[in-house]
Structure formats: C-alpha cells, structure tokens
Design a protein around this ligand. Structure first.
Ligand code: NDP
Length: 675
C-alpha cells in the first residue's frame, strides 16, 4: 500500500524517495511512503484561499454541526481503524483510547460549540469597559478566526486522537487544517483522512494531509498561521528555531517529552484504598499503549517507609501482564511501535540504570504470546527503583517512551514536592491521598510545574477518568520540558486559533459593529412592546421603559411570609443598625426582580416562548420601603437556534425614579421565528 497525501481535494504521491513502514508486531512491510514532490506554498495557499473563506462564512453552530456529523460518520467506521491499528502494536483497549477518544473529542467540541458559543462568526470577549467619564467612549474585546492555516504535526502514538483533538478546535474556530501524521503510524491516519474526505462533510479546503516530509512548508508560514506540534523535544526545538517562526511570530503550540509523576501521600499507606489506586494507576500507565503516552507515569514518588510495599505490589500486578500479539484476547500489552523505538527505549533505560536498578522485568528474558519476540518490537514492563532521587538527574530528565517507570522515595512532603518538580515542567501529575490538607499542600506545591493535576481517592475511584487521559473539557499541555503549550480545555483550545482585538469607540458605533447593544447607544422605542416581535423582526436596541412602582412595607412582609425568606435585613429595623450595607429594613433582591418582571412583562400570548435564565445579576442599591422603581428592558443581542426559535439577550436595568441604578442583569428568552 503506497500512502498518498490529500492535497487540494486530490490524493497524490508525487515523491520519488520511498520509505517502508513496518508492522510493530511482525516486522513485515505494511505501507510505503513517498516523501516530497509537493509545492508546500501551494498547499498553504489553497487552505488560505479556499478552506478559510469556506469555514469563516459558517457560524460557530454550523461548524459545530459539521463536527457532530463527522463524529457520527467516523463512529460507524471505527472497526476499520481498530483493525489497521493492531499493526501499530496496540490492543483493543488501547484502540478505544485512540479511536473512540478521538471521536469523543469531536462530539464534545460539537456539543460545547453549540452550548457555549453564540451562533455568530466572531466572539465577544469579556464585558464592555467604560473608558470615559461621560460614557461616550467604551471598549470591548472581540475575537475573530485567524485568516491562516492550522498546521498540525502529530506524534506516532495517537494517529487518530492526535489528529482529531487538534482538528476539532481549529475547525470550530473557522481555521483550515493541514495535518501531518508521524510516518511510522501514518497508515492509520491515512485511513482516517480517507474517511473524512469521502464523507464530504467538511467544506472544500478545510482539511489537507501531508504524508511523509513537510518539505519547505515552514518557509511559507505567516503571522496568521498556527503550528501545533506533538512529539520529541528535539524536533520541537528544531522547528521552533525555524527563522520564519521567529520572523513572522507564528503561534507555536508544543506538547513534548514529559516526566510525569504519580505522588503517593504519607497518609495513603498499604491497606488504604488510595494505596491500591496508586498501584493500579502506575501499572496501568506503564502498560496501556505499551507506555507510549505523553501523559504516562514515568516517576512514581512514594514515602520511603512505604517503598518496599509499593515495589512488591507493583511486582505482583505487573507479573499478570501478558505481552504479545495485540490481536489476541488474553494479551494485555503489545509491542512498542517499531524496532527503532525499541532500541531507543532500551538506550534510555540504560541511561536510567546509571542511577536506578531494575526491580521488575528483564528486557533479555521474557515471554511473548502469539508473535516472534525478535521480529516484533516487544519489551516487557520495566520498573526501576532509584535509591537516591535527590542526587540523581537522569531519572528526572530521560524519557524512556515505552513500558518503563522509576519508583523513588521521599521523606516529608516538601521533599516529595521538590522531586515532582524536578521534572522541570510536566503535562500531568496524579496525587493519591484522602487528606484534604495534604492534597492542598501538594496541589499548590507542584501546581506551577504541571498542566494538569488529578486527585485520586476512594470517593472518585470508580468514575475518575485516569491519570493519563486528557479530557477535551480540560487543558492538555504543560510548562518547561512539556513544551509550554496548551491544547483542548473546551473553548480555551478554540481561542488559540483566533485573534483577540481590543475595540474602542462610541457605544453607538461598537453596538453596530458587534451587533450587541451597549448602554449609551441609541435605543429604539416604538409603540409596540418588544415582546410582540418575532425573532427576526426584533431590532437590537429595541427598548421598553416601564411604569413606576413604589415598594411598601406590606410588600416586603407579604413577600417574606409568602416565600419564607425572613432574613433579618428585611424584617428588623433594629438588626440593621450600624450595618455596613443596609440603612434600615430593605426590600428582598428577589422581590425587586419579581416586581421588575411584573413591570416589563407583556402578558398576552405572543412570540416570546420562554424565559430561560438571568446572567450577570448585580444588586447595586438597597431599597427601603417608600422608594420607587422602574425598569428598562433593551434587546441586547440575538442568536438563532433553529428553524422554530432563537435566543434573545435583554439588557435589564432597574432604577429608582431619581435614576439611581438599583440592579442590572441580562435576561434570556427564547423567541419564536415568524414562519
Ligand atoms: P518526533 O519528534 O521525531 O516526531 C514527531 C512528529 O514530527 C512526526 O510527525 C514527525 O514526522 C515530525 N517531524 C520530525 N521532524 C520534522 C521536521 N523536520 N519537520 C516537520 N516535521 C517533523 O517524535 P516521534 O513521534 O518519532 O517520537 C520520538 C520520541 O518523541 C519518542 O520516543 C518520545 O520520547 C517522544 N515523544 C513524546 C511525546 C510526548 O508528547 N511527550 C509524544 C510522542 C513522542 P515523521 O514521523 O515523518 O518523522
């Protein structure tokens, strides 16, 4: 099988220099890859000129819908991906992480995109900032998609998840993708891109895939492009030093080597559930995907007095791991990705052995089920013990990217924290304790050196998603050695592909530009109540000003008796004496909200279908009996939802009859469309 690149909507493989890709299990050739032969400037130009405009003319909700359709399309074909993946050395449960994990990430971004983003083509970021005394000059941050290309360079270990977890946020942001899978597992990534291309779900130019070398692609990058890289620190540094990256200030997200830690706290000794969870997680992280996970536990840090029990428990667990052909049901761990990778892992283990002893596993003596030990890239799980981790350096800096972990002891929490931080920046650490004070010391002791922390204890044992699983909702990335990048994290991952711009101007101008009414901008006041307008007919700025209503003591007492809210500030003059906020008995905030609704609601059957929430509610001035209020309700922004209705955000301000602001909030309604 000669793998072709997907460029300008065509499959092609013009390069002459052929490289063979071999099965991790049998060593047989499974694919051929040709390098080069493309004009990379043309590849990027096509993404910029065709893919970008095609995506940017869609709203966030429309792009989210594409992701959902893609996720469904791939779900129906995932068996094909599992089948191919066995040749990379992965078991069926490893494939769930890669294939299902990737598809799951598409689903999460599809759903979050619809729920958390407006149905527009740009985002408002934060609140309006008043920049002048008179209110005629204000500021508002906006975010719009970059006009460039997302260049995604992936590591070999996750040909599906790696591609999809980078693709989903970029497509949702509106930026076309050029993806480059690692050559050694590119036949799986190639099959995935074929499925995506055949589906024709993504618009033209939204996805291209380079198999083999990227040639001179970096020479053609501009300030509108983003490079997101996962792989080794060496390659990351080489690419980051490319002169165009510096000259054009190209955004570069790196996710690279990481010496992640699992930390057993002193309270979690043998016999506690947390001890068991620690052992289980360390063994799992060593063997899932044969330890070839950027998030795998490389350093298991435990109190010195628990060390013999830790080693013994891990020995027992690891002895149950059957190594062999990953297609066999009884095999728990397959080979690493290839013979080169095995050589590399064993070379790194040799470096670790200058400071640590192997206590479980023997690389020269182990059995392999259903495959040839020499032709396949097999390594048994190898546990090392470092007796002096304070003086050691390799155990904190050498990443053996295979089923390898080093246990190391500490005395006192401060020493444990110092050891964890010797990784000089990691993607993740997991903490095993049932003592919140210890957890807090650990979290704030190691937090600055880690992108993610998982606190694992008996309460979340059953449902916790694991030390090694990046969740699309949470950020994935870490400082220092881990690359200094950040991916995923829900909408945070989308923002990497957008430019934030600080807009400054008059409320009238900014309201028109952002399609969101700002206080100080003109209001539209017509005879009809704004609740009488269908979604498409309601103008931004349409306003209703209510009649006045005076609050009486009877109102407050009635509300207190009716709701049961007899908080002292509403009930007793005496109790509010010398109070820092209240000048005497005051009205309930919720009473004011209820009166406001009574003042602005237009009660007859009409296009407003439902009130579904309040945002940003602030009570500003307490009101005493005898004071009078009125309400302003202004249509602030609109976001279409479906063919039946859309969301309207209303700016609501309750004031006194003298114009003092009493409370402000955004009211959300669903309004019917006309047809
Ligand atoms: P590499 O850094 O060698 O490769 C990562 C990606 O970069 C691959 O797609 C590779 O393509 C590409 N690449 C390499 N050189 C260039 C270049 N000059 N220009 C553009 N792209 C380039 O990592 P590997 O995947 O081979 O893994 C090697 C080691 O990296 C592992 O043993 C492990 O130690 C570490 N690693 C760490 C990970 C982490 O996240 N912590 C994840 C994966 C690996 P190609 O395959 O065609 O060379």
């Amino acid at each position: 099988m000669r793998l072709e690149s997907f460029v300008r909507e065509r499959w092609m493989s013009p390069g002459q220099e052929l490289a063979e890709v071999r099965s991790a299990v049998t060593g047989d050739v499974v694919a051929e890859v040709a390098s080069g032969g493309f004009d990379m400037g043309n590849v990027l130009a096509y993404a910029r000129q065709v893919g970008g405009p095609n995506l940017r003319r869609l709203t966030f909700h429309q792009r989210a819908e594409l992701l959902k359709r893609l996720a469904i399309h791939l779900s129906e074909r995932k068996e094909q991906l599992y089948k191919l993946s066995y040749q990379t050395g992965t078991t069926r449960s490893d494939n769930f992480i890669d294939v299902d994990g990737g598809i799951g990430t598409l689903f999460v971004y599809a759903s979050k995109g619809r729920r958390e983003l407006p149905n527009t083509t740009f985002l408002l970021d934060g609140a309006v900032e008043p920049l002048s005394k008179g209110g005629s000059f204000v500021g508002q941050h906006v975010m719009a998609p970059l006009a460039g290309v997302a260049v995604h360079i992936n590591a070999f270990n996750f040909p599906c998840w790696g591609m999809l977890e980078k693709l989903a946020p970029a497509i949702l942001a509106g930026v076309p993708v050029v993806t480059k899978p690692a050559t050694i597992t590119s036949y799986v990534a190639h099959a995935l891109v074929r499925m995506i291309a055949e589906s024709r779900i993504l618009p033209e130019g939204a996805l291209q895939c380079i198999i083999g070398s990227t040639g001179d692609l970096f020479d053609h990058l501009t300030c509108q492009d983003v490079v997101s890289f996962t792989g080794s620190a060496d390659t990351a540094q080489k690419l980051q030093r490319h002169p165009v990256i510096a000259r054009e200030s190209v955004r570069f997200i790196a996710e690279r080597d990481s010496l992640n830690a699992a930390i057993l706290a002193p309270d979690a000794g043998p016999g506690t559930p947390e001890f068991e969870l620690f052992i289980k997680e360390v063994a799992k992280e060593m063997t899932v995907k044969a330890g070839q996970k950027c998030t795998a536990i490389r350093r298991a840090i435990a109190p010195n007095n628990h060390m013999p029990a830790v080693i013994e428990a891990l020995r027992e667990r690891l002895s149950k791991i059957t190594v062999g052909n990953p297609e066999l049901d009884n095999v728990r761990m397959g080979p690493v990705v290839g013979l080169g990778q095995r050589r590399d892992v064993l070379a790194q283990v040799a470096k670790l052995r200058s400071e640590a002893d192997i206590v479980v596993g023997d690389p020269d003596n182990f059995t392999v089920e259903g495959a040839d030990r020499e032709r396949g890239a097999f390594i048994p799980p190898l546990l090392l013990h470092c007796p002096d981790p304070i003086r050691a350096t390799n155990v904190h800096s050498v990443e053996a990217f295979g089923p390898v972990c080093t246990v190391m002891g500490y005395d006192g929490l401060d020493q444990g924290i110092a050891l964890a931080n010797r990784g000089d920046g990691s993607l993740v650490a997991s903490v095993y304790t049932y003592d919140p004070a210890v957890a807090s010391d650990l979290v704030f002791g190691v937090g600055a050196f880690h992108g993610r922390l998982v606190l694992i204890d008996r309460d979340c044992a059953k449902e916790q998603t694991g030390h090694g699983s990046p969740m699309p909702h949470m950020v994935h990335g870490g400082p220092g050695r881990a690359g200094g990048g950040e991916e995923l994290g829900g909408m945070r991952g989308v923002h990497h592909y957008m430019q934030r711009t600080a807009l400054q101007g008059s409320p009238a101008m900014l309201s028109r530009v952002t399609q969101s009414w700002i206080k100080g901008a003109p209001m539209v006041q017509e005879g009809r109540h704004p609740f009488r307008y269908h979604f498409e007919d309601l103008a931004i700025g349409q306003t209703f000003i209510s009649k006045e209503r005076t609050i009486t003591l009877e109102d407050i007492e009635h509300f207190a008796a009716f709701t049961g809210d007899t908080f002292y500030a509403h009930m007793s003059e005496e109790a509010t004496k010398d109070h820092p906020f209240f000048p005497g008995r005051v009205a309930h905030g919720y009473l004011l909200l209820s009166f406001a609704a009574g003042l602005f609601v237009d009660p007859d059957l009409g296009p407003v279908l439902a009130n579904y929430g309040l945002d940003s509610l602030r009570f500003i001035k307490p009101l005493q009996p005898g004071e009078t209020i009125k309400v302003r309700l202004t249509a602030k922004s609109k976001s279409p939802r479906n063919e039946q209705y859309g969301e309207v955000r209303w700016d609501v301000e309750i004031t006194t009859d003298k114009g003092e602001t009493v409370a402000t909030y955004d009211l959300l309604t669903m309004n019917a469309v006309r047809a």
